[in-house]
Design a protein around this ligand. Structure first.
Ligand SMILES: [Zn+2]
Length: 363
């Protein structure tokens, strides 16, 4: 069965054009319509392939509307799009199309058992859209911008008004409040953390299990943890459960002396945290190390440490307190450098570091 909020009817004198399973419906044809149709058709094929699960609803109508409440709505098999949001071939437009198509699997094929697990819908659509872009429109990809958007959730998550990712809602007003930066971007950040930890192939396998086990049914966060545990043999529930059930962002402090690196959790209540480290050694080597950090850990290195960066690949939803000396920007990717600067800004905002120390980071 489909949830009622994903059922929709559109009536009007639509002009239609089709590409495979996808039909574009528009009242007023525009110059970007062919791009919208082509982008949607390719995103649909990408997700079916990447997830290993065929598109579940037979046909997919894109309904371009001049006025609609949100930029996009993922009705199963009949995505509504605000025409003005897809009137140019931009990263934002491609992301919107890919986001709504990802919902056909996450939200449509497997829907959520209650509003408290809404993040499963929005977190997955937010997390998966950039993957489609990388495959179908690589010229529109902006890794640093994607990283910055997930980091926005860290700011909201630190605030005393923050809420847990899994959060009950009873009234329509409370439900509307759930569609926030936490559901979309902390959700995507948690999924990205799990992918970085388990590896993309194992993570994909786990998602396939989740979709097959719960196809055309409702699922909860625990069902996702369980599928990922089946695929990986790792304690996914212990890692992801506390991050989903409690407010607040994972945070760590790095400290080193000679060949010994010490990592300390600043938020010990949030469960074990998988980290991928990038470390610059005095002998010129840059080495990588993985760690499942619960409390404090010490890592012994083959040579004295010059600098350390705790978010190699920029995929982990964690903030690090600034270190001195900082990693050289030349040793980081654009997304990693974005993490470094965003973390410094957040530490300054919280009051853990001062402006001069922060400016020292960007000199
Ligand atoms: Zn969405």
């Amino acid at each position: 069965p489909l949830p009622t909020h994903l059922m929709a009817v559109a009536m009007g004198a639509f002009r239609t054009t089709s590409a495979g399973e996808v039909t574009l419906n528009t009242l007023t044809p525009g110059p970007n319509d062919d791009w919208v149709l082509d982008t949607a058709a390719r995103a649909l094929a990408f997700f079916a392939d990447w997830l290993g699960v065929p598109y579940p609803f037979g046909k997919l109508d894109l309904v371009l509307l001049p006025q609609v409440g949100t930029a996009g709505m993922e009705n199963s098999g009949a995505i509504f799009l605000r025409q003005g949001s897809v009137s140019a071939a931009t990263r934002e437009a491609a992301t919107l199309i890919a986001h709504e198509i990802a919902h056909q699997w996450f939200g449509g094929l497997v829907t959520v058992a209650g509003w408290e697990d809404l993040w499963l819908n929005e977190g997955f659509a937010t997390f998966l859209a950039p993957k489609a872009l990388a495959a179908i429109a690589p010229d529109l990809v902006d890794d640093a911008a994607e990283t910055r958007q997930v980091r926005e959730a860290l700011h909201a998550d630190w605030a005393p008004t923050g809420r847990p990712l899994r959060h009950a809602a009873a009234t329509s007003g409370e439900i509307a409040e759930l569609f926030d930066v936490i559901a979309y971007r902390k959700g995507a950040g948690l999924l990205s953390t799990l992918q970085a930890w388990l590896g993309e192939e194992v993570f994909r396998h786990g998602l396939g299990l989740y979709l097959h086990r719960h196809a055309l049914q409702a699922a909860r966060s625990d069902d996702l943890w369980s599928a990922l545990e089946s695929a990986s043999g790792q304690p996914v529930s212990a890692v992801a459960g506390p991050v989903a059930d409690q407010p607040g962002a994972p945070a760590i402090r790095l400290h080193w002396k000679g060949q010994a690196l010490t990592l300390t959790r600043v938020d010990p209540a949030l469960g074990p945290l998988p980290l991928q480290l990038k470390l610059g050694l005095a002998d010129g080597q840059v080495v990588h190390a993985d760690c499942l950090l619960d409390g404090t850990a010490e890592i012994a290195l083959p040579a004295p440490l010059l600098w350390a960066f705790a978010n190699a690949g920029a995929g982990t939803y964690v903030r690090s307190l600034p270190t001195a000396p900082r990693p050289p920007l030349a040793a980081l990717t654009d997304a990693e450098a974005t993490v470094l600067l965003e973390d410094a800004w957040l530490s300054l905002w919280i009051g853990e570091t001062d402006l001069l120390a922060c400016l020292g980071l960007i000199r």
